[in-house]
Design a protein around this ligand. Sequence first.
Ligand SMILES: NC(=O)c1ccc[n+]([C@@H]2O[C@H](COP(=O)([O-])OP(=O)(O)OC[C@H]3O[C@@H](n4cnc5c(N)ncnc54)[C@H](O)[C@@H]3O)[C@@H](O)[C@H]2O)c1
Length: 354
Amino acid sequence: MPRTQQIGLIGGDGIGPEVVDAAREVVDVLARAHSLSLEWVEHDWSCRRYAETGAMMPDDALETLAEHDAILLGAVGWPGVPDHVSLWGLLIPIRRAFRQYVNQRPMSVFEGVPSPLAGARPGEIDLVVVRENVEGEYSEIGGRMHRGLPEEMAVQESVFTRHGVARIADHALELAGQRRGLLTSATKSNGIIHTMPFWDEVVAERAAEHPDVTLESELVDALAAKLVLQPQHYDVIVASNLLGDILSDLTAAVAGGIGIAPSANLDPTGEHPSMFEPVHGSAPDIAGRGVANPVGALWSAVMLLDHLGHGEAAAVLMEAIRTTLRDPATRTRDLGGTAGTADVTAALCRLVGA
Ligand SMILES: NC(=O)c1ccc[n+]([C@@H]2O[C@H](COP(=O)([O-])OP(=O)(O)OC[C@H]3O[C@@H](n4cnc5c(N)ncnc54)[C@H](O)[C@@H]3O)[C@@H](O)[C@H]2O)c1
């Protein structure tokens, strides 16, 4: 009898609980069909909790999460709670404490999901953005001085370490080696003259150890333009924390919508649990209406299952997602379909339970 794997479930705010509940329902059916032994442990950590108690999560939250094999998160953020509170009170502490130094975001154009780009045909665009997730531009070093005075100023330091850049480059190179063998490194070494040339040097050093992968380095502004004009060129893109954050939203939009885009915050060493979450936020404008697209959360669940060693079940779920996206009756309204969250969930349960 295989050991039961425990998955921490943090719905969060807005549509977060709606989409993770959908993912849980489908994964439960899939698990029964494939004899997987999975257990969900729910945590109600959210902006609602912050409003009631003054903290997004309890003091021992990280100890609790450390016991899980993986974490599935919906989204956090709600009007009235500043976004930096929800981000730094939950997401960032989890990513950092668990050394989830890779943020991996695949993107594909699916049949049935119209891309805003003319000529973006299903199957031709299939890429992964690998974003450095724990250092870089998102640092706590800096401060503000002379608040409220005319000479008020703010300083924010970026932190790039050899260790941090080398390990994200290695992860991206290994991934590219398993795919088409092309790695594009996003840089801005013409404008940012210390950290970015350092990034370029370390990425090139690591690439020299992977002769099976072709490395190209592109200035992020040109890269952003080329992602719109020639997205089919790309295979794996590696980028610093800030550049990767922006590029992965761009690639999600190119694929036809934020509602389907998944992400994984990975500790590739396996020492700590990894966390899987849709790219989208809590979408207060549609929360509670039953119309949220659950595919971003479900594709994240595919990555979670793969990570836990259930590649076969993950592939079945991915194929089921492709099938539902083809049909307007099982596609949500953000993608031009007519389905609600429950309709997509029911269709997926039927497909994966067969
Ligand atoms: N990882 C996270 O938890 C995360 C990520 C991004 C934003 N946020 C937070 O979410 C809140 C709202 O942010 P926002 O409005 O900028 O971004 P958002 O992604 O929540 O919404 C942007 C737009 O996309 C639509 N949308 C998003 N997900 C959808 C889905 N699954 N199905 C259908 N439509 C969908 C929304 O209705 C909205 O019109 C903010 O508080 C923000 O800080 C959290």
